[in-house]
Design a protein. Structure first.
Length: 285
């Protein structure tokens, strides 16, 4: 299995040719910008009339924008030509791949799941965590604007913003927080690591997704529609205010999210899903 696009897909077709000559199966797994076309993403979001971070961070005539498209197109051609199976989120990671793509699943260890009903006691101050890997991409300016407005309106809460912190520090905060703010420009059903960690540590999750995206995938995600509060980029303030006014809903989404991740994203359940795809496509016996 090849993960990411470094080396083997870029000007190294001989490696794939050699493996094929030995009757070996090739699996490619793409996890984001290794296959995502900025050009195709920009075109898709414009058609859907969706604001997206690319319009703030990229110039479609820039060298970086054009170079990205050349690289991911070359990567897609190589994967289509040699891979027996491709893992990728075809909507979130819009690409030039023409062959069938299967979504992959995060695998979160059971021993890291943490549930604490006591933190939802009525006398506890609500703790809100936002841990952006890329502030512009994740919608951090929107979060800060919502937080500031709520503070000015007199709401009492603790807001913690974590940037460039170790995973251990992030997890320590997630175990004592109540609400996790993930990202707000999403238009797929892919959750990302922080979303999984937030729900697995018993938090109400706010993030953006498109419920219609499920039709692009053959997935059984029972409970997805109630495990988080779908929050578009224009709804951050409204939805956060709703939870601060309705503490029972914070625990409702925290409970639903915890149950959802435990059902679908433990090593056991996620590996079963991945292995079934590998078996069904003749990669393993």
């Amino acid at each position: 299995m090849y993960i990411w696009n470094t080396g083997f897909l870029l000007n190294r077709d001989f490696e794939f040719k050699f493996l094929k000559s030995k009757n070996k199966k090739i699996v490619c797994m793409f996890v984001g910008d290794d296959i995502r076309s900025l050009k195709l993403t920009s075109e898709y979001t414009k058609r859907r009339n969706i604001d997206y971070h690319i319009s703030y961070t990229q110039n479609e005539y820039s060298e970086n924008f054009i170079l990205n498209d050349l690289i991911v197109k070359k990567t897609a051609i190589s994967a289509d030509k040699y891979a027996d199976l491709i893992f990728s989120f075809k909507l979130d990671q819009i690409s030039y791949i023409k062959n069938k793509q299967f979504p992959w699943a995060y695998m979160y260890p059971k021993e890291k799941f943490f549930k604490d009903n006591n933190k939802f006691n009525s006398n506890n101050i609500i703790k809100i965590v936002h841990a952006p890997s890329n502030p512009l991409v994740k919608g951090t300016p929107l979060v800060r604007a919502a937080i500031k407005k709520l503070e000015l309106e007199g709401y009492i809460f603790e807001y913690v913003e974590l940037k460039n912190m170790s995973n251990e520090i992030v997890l320590n905060h997630l175990r004592t927080s109540h609400i996790v703010l993930n990202q707000f420009y999403g238009y797929d059903i892919s959750l990302g690591l922080l979303a999984i960690e937030g729900m697995a540590n018993h938090n109400a999750l706010l993030m953006s997704y498109d419920p219609d995206a499920i039709k692009y995938y053959n997935l059984n995600l029972e409970g997805f529609d109630s495990c988080l509060l779908n929050t578009k980029y224009w709804e951050v303030y409204d939805n956060l205010k709703y939870l601060l006014n309705n503490h029972d809903k914070i625990k409702y989404y925290a409970d639903k999210g915890y149950a959802f991740t435990y059902k679908h994203y433990t090593y056991e359940s996620a590996s079963e899903y991945m292995n079934n795809i590998l078996k069904e496509n003749g990669v393993i016996d």
